[in-house]
Structure formats: C-alpha cells, structure tokens
Design a protein around this ligand. Structure first.
Ligand SMILES: Cc1cc2nc3c(=O)[nH]c(=O)nc-3n(C[C@H](O)[C@H](O)[C@H](O)COP(=O)(O)OP(=O)(O)OC[C@H]3O[C@@H](n4cnc5c(N)ncnc54)[C@H](O)[C@@H]3O)c2cc1C
Length: 450
C-alpha cells in the first residue's frame, strides 16, 4: 500500500464498487506530495480511471477576491499538471455536499476519496456527501505529518502535551512521497469530464467581496516549491535567531501555500530535516509540525474553535472578572480596519496586512492583544480580530488563525501570567516589549503607521 492506512478514515460504511475513483480535492490543492490523491490513484489502479474534482462553493467563511484569486490560479495549475499525467480534472460550482454525490453518480464512481479538514463547514459538506453516496467514501489526512486522528483522541492541553505524542510517532510518518503514476485508463465518458474549466468565466462570475484585491505572492505549486527551496538555502540557518524580528525576512512565509494546500507541510518538514541547519531546523520543525498540528487538534476536538467560548475556563473567568475595567481607548471595528488607532505600531501592522495579505507572526500576537485591550468587551475583540484576520490574511480561515487568536486573546495553550487591567491573567504585550525585541521605528517607517 502506497499510503500508510493510519492516514485513512472511513466517512461512511458503503462498499467499494467497480468503477472510476473520484478524488474530491479540497484542502490539499496540489498534484505532488498529496496522500489523498496518491491513495485515490492507487485505488483506481490500471483498470479504472481516476477523476479529480474541486467544487467551488459560492462563499467560504468571508473569503474575498484576494483569497479566491490565489486559489483559482493554483487550481488552474493543478488542472494542467493533472492533464500531463492523463488525469481529468472537473471544476464544479455549488454546494459540495450535493454536487459531489451528483458527479459520483454521473461517473458511476466506485469510490470517493477526500482530504481531512477539521473545520465545521468542511465536515458539514463531507457529512452530507457521506450520507448521499452509495459507495465507499474515505478521508485521507494529507495536511498533518502525524495524522490528526492518530496523534491524540482528545483536545490537547498545550504544546508540551502534544509534543511528546508527535515526537513518538513522527518516525513512522515523516517518509518520502512516492511519485503520482500517470493514468492509462480512459476518462469515463460523461459531460463533466469532457468540459475544461473556463477559469476566466469562473473568476468573472465570483460573487465575493472585491474590495480586498489580489496580492503579489505568486500562487501555485511551482512557486511554493521555489519559495521553500529559497527558504531552506538562504534563511533556515538564521530562523532561530531572526524569526521574531518583523523587519527581517527571517521566517518561511509559506503559510498561504500550506493553507491552500499548494505545498505539503510534510515536504517542508522533509526539506528542513534534511538540511543539516541545526538550531534553525529544530526551531522551524517545532512551529511547522508541533504548533501547526496542535491547531488542527484543537479544531478537530473543540467545536467552539471560532468563538471565545472555546477558550480555557481559567481565561474566561479572568477575562470576565476584568470585563468592566476602564479601557484607555475603545475603538470600533472600522477604526481598527482602517488602521486609525492611536498606536503607530499597531497601525503599521494593520497596513502590512492590508497591503500584502501577510502580517509577520510576532506582530500578529501584538495586533490581536491590542484589539482585546482597546475593545469594549472580550467578545467584541474576538469578533473583530477574527473578521479582520479572515478578511485580509491570505492564510486566514485556518485552524492556525482560530488558535492564534484564542491564544492571544484568551490564553489557549498558554498559562496564567501576572494580573493586569482588561487582560486579567492572560499574557500581556506592549510596545516597550516590542522595542526590546526589534527596531520598532524601522517597522513603522516601512509600513507607514500614522
Ligand atoms: C493572532 C494570530 C493570528 C494568526 N492567524 C493565522 C492564520 O490565519 N493562518 C495561519 O496559517 N497562521 C496564523 N497564525 C500563526 C502564525 O503567526 C503564522 O502561521 C505564521 O506567522 C506564518 O508565517 P510563516 O509561514 O513565515 O511562519 P514560520 O515562522 O516560517 O513557521 C512555519 C510554519 O509553522 C506554522 N506556524 C508558525 N507559527 C505558528 C503558530 N503560532 N501556530 C500554529 N502554526 C504556526 C505555519 O504553518 C508556518 O507557515 C496566527 C497567529 C496569531 C498570533
């Protein structure tokens, strides 16, 4: 078997039938290094055809043109790369929970494979499809090095509790990917596989918020691999020392590629592990594997991952006790959004985000904590941070974002610290702390905080 069967999870109990295999590409939008696609190709074998489908939902958690444009460009490359291997790609539009079973029936599919995703909206689509499909429907975890369903059956308390579990299992899962075999079986004759995707029309027909436009990061699998190669060759060795300096180009900046599945985190882990870059390699693998997989663990096991109610009890208690504390400032969402707070540093961070679709990780913590400090209530702060994160970050609407926001605002995966106004015992950050870490004025000058 090409794919470790512990990556697989049955989404229904229906049997595998004779016929083409349908791979419903969702979170893992790539041709190389994709365990779900590899498994579907193996199931199809030489006898049956494999068909790959992506179903474009009319709206997705407030995503704007910025995110749709990046995703569609990547998918157009997927279509071309699959065609070179003789594998048809179908682009559907509509509610995936209905459209996928409809296509499976049209193809006479013998089985359906899809990607693991802990988010409710995706699990809702998968649940609807699982109910409607009369054939085997299998989920494959191609996002986590150690599959989320294997690492732990419960919500982990913190990095220190999931780390030993990941380290214990990583040797089994951090393996090289096999190549995807070209397809010889002819595509099943049906209208869907005969129709090429018209990307221009699809783009023109998007009913999404166009006020937040595309950014300069080059989308797609090839660009993602180039970016990884450059990071490993030029910056991984300074990662440990520079990753907390927002003026340095010290981090990998691969998060959008991971979010859209244009690059396998496991490919980045393999490259880092083979790099021999000592301290940088260890620090990077901690973020890429332990912290990232902790976020998937949280969203898989806590249905309130996108609400303040998902925070630990101690943090909710302390925030409640400080609910009525006077705020030095109380800004509306619009003031935050337009980068018009009284803090030049905060405004600079928001400008970086609006202009580039990316905010440096260190600034994300400061940015979110100040939203808590300057909002009327913790609930309002959470809603503002989530809305702005998901609207402007190219990598938004991701488990890492839900967890990063709850970590910053409400102590998730953290511990109580010294008590302060508004924050209670949730960890505090201020501009003086930033000044001790990096050249704040240089950052403000670069991003125009006024
Ligand atoms: C308030 C807040 C909001 C955030 N929103 C998002 C988001 O919407 N999407 C997103 O992908 N990340 C989010 N993060 C996590 C983190 O800041 C970004 O993943 C990271 O800054 C991306 O830059 P990079 O790829 O250069 O990271 P690197 O430093 O190069 O790290 C490598 C990879 O490790 C993972 N990673 C790094 N830091 C974290 C972390 N703290 N938690 C989980 N995984 C991590 C990411 O996949 C990242 O690409 C958020 C963090 C905070 C505090």
């Amino acid at each position: 078997m090409l794919v470790n069967n512990k990556r697989l999870y049955r989404l229904n109990q229906a049997p595998l039938a004779a016929g083409p295999i349908l791979y419903w590409m969702s979170r893992e939008q790539r041709v190389r290094d994709n365990w779900g696609l590899l498994h579907a190709r193996e199931m199809a074998g030489q006898e049956h055809a494999l068909v790959v489908v992506f179903c474009l939902a009319p709206a997705f958690l407030g995503a704007t043109l910025r995110q749709y444009d990046f995703m569609l460009s990547g998918l157009a490359q997927v279509e071309g790369d699959l065609a070179a291997l003789g594998i048809p790609f179908v682009l559907l539009q509509g509610d995936p929970g209905q459209e996928i079973p409809r296509l499976a029936a049209e193809l006479g599919a013998g089985g359906v494979v899809t990607d693991f995703d802990p988010l409710r909206v995706k699990q809702g689509w998968q649940g609807a499809a699982a109910h409607a499909l009369p054939v085997s429907f299998i989920e494959v975890d191609g996002h986590n090095v150690v599959p989320a369903r294997q690492v732990s059956p419960k919500q982990e308390y913190a990095a220190r509790t999931i780390r030993p579990k990941i380290h214990r299992l990583i040797g089994e899962y951090l393996e090289e990917f096999p190549p995807l075999e070209p397809q010889v079986a002819p595509a099943p004759p049906c209208a869907a596989t005969a129709r090429a995707a018209h990307w221009g029309e699809v783009r023109a027909g998007l009913a999404v918020d166009g006020a937040v436009g595309p950014v300069s990061l080059v989308p797609g699998e090839d660009a993602a691999h180039d970016a990884l190669d450059r990071f490993v060759a030029d910056r991984l060795h300074v990662y440990a020392g520079q990753r907390n300096d927002p003026n340095a180009d010290g981090t990998s900046r691969l998060s959008a590629y991971f979010h859209f599945g244009q690059l396998a985190p496991q490919r980045a882990a393999l490259a880092a592990a083979a790099s021999g870059r000592g301290e940088g390699q260890a620090a990077y693998l901690e973020e890429l594997v332990v912290r990232r997989e902790l976020a998937d663990n949280f969203c898989l096991h806590n249905p309130q991952y996108d609400s303040l109610a998902g925070a630990p009890a101690w943090a909710l208690k302390t925030l409640g006790e400080h609910r009525a504390d006077p705020r030095a400032h109380c800004y509306t969402r619009e003031t935050f959004e337009q980068a018009r707070t009284g803090s030049r540093l905060w405004n600079a961070a928001q400008n970086e985000l609006r202009q580039t679709g990316f905010m440096h990780g260190y600034m994300r913590m400061f940015w979110a904590k100040k939203i808590l400090e300057w909002s009327a209530t913790p609930e309002e702060a959470h809603a503002t941070a989530l809305a702005l994160n998901d609207r402007y970050q190219l990598d938004g609407r991701d488990p890492n974002g839900y967890v990063g926001i709850l970590w910053s605002l409400a102590g998730l995966h953290d511990r109580p610290w010294q008590t302060r106004p508004v924050f209670g015992s949730v960890r505090f950050m201020n501009e003086n702390g930033c000044r001790r870490k990096f050249d704040v004025d240089k950052y403000i000058e670069r991003w125009g905080g006024s």
